[in-house]
Design a protein around this ligand. Sequence first.
Ligand code: ADP
Ligand code: MG
Length: 282
Amino acid sequence: MGGRMAGAPGDKAWVASGNVAPLLVVDDVTLQYKTAEHLVTATWKVGFEVYAGERYVLLGPSGCGKTTLLKAIAGFMAPVAGSITLAGQSIARPGPDRMMVFQEFDQLLPWKTVLGNVMFPLLVNRRMPRKQAEDHARSLLAKVNLTRFEHVHPHMLSGGMKQRVAIARALAMEPAVLLMDEPFAALDALTRRKMQEELVALWEEVRFTVIFVTHSIEEALLIGSRILVLSPHPGRVKAELNAGHLGPADVGTPAFDKLQKHIHNLLFTDKIESDRPEAAHG
Ligand code: ADP
Ligand code: MG
């Protein structure tokens, strides 16, 4: 491949070039925080592979290192052991090929309109001329049903609408992989369900690659084509499951309940206890 494909999503380029290899490879990754007094092991030898076009979910209890894993994939921190590669390239720094959507509603620029927010990274990264960026941003805003709000500032929007802007802004950059860190966790239950449905519908239309972090089993099943189940702190891989056959319409069906129960049991029966990684690292 080599170099950035202007205007073309990295994952599609990766597929178009005939690749059947995984787009993202996380290999035996251990992540730690070193503070003045402590060495905190956030994840311990975590490995998984994400293929282009997947909706890959990282599921685990609070504190198991999900956000830390996303930070490492985004290039904000380096593994102390193991490696992460995207399209065959080792991840060394943050880049616009990995756009992130956060839980917080304040991730938008308050002084810019909705349209301005979506255009902003396109202009900063010199992805395309202003007029083209405007058209491109508008097409994304149409996909998340915000056309009528393009001239509004963020403080006028509901939480769900703000998250839709953040998603449009990230997708406008056509990242190789979209990283979403519990993006719907702060929404009320009804809005949250609507956003989950919309995200899957948007994926059906655009077919981006997404790594989606959640601590909700139900959300993992709704969103994910595959689910990586992580143990409590420090995060280790418990299981990887297929959920591509389940979607928002399947909530409450026997197949959905069965997998939900299975994951629940995986999460609440902790069988890994022998090797304490902190002890191993002194
Ligand atoms: P999750 O997103 O799954 O809730 P995190 O990745 O945020 O988990 O955190 C994993 C572990 O790393 C937790 O024990 C947390 O306390 C610790 N941790 C997170 N950020 C820092 C930091 N900046 N400094 C020290 N420890 C941290
Ligand atoms: Mg987190």
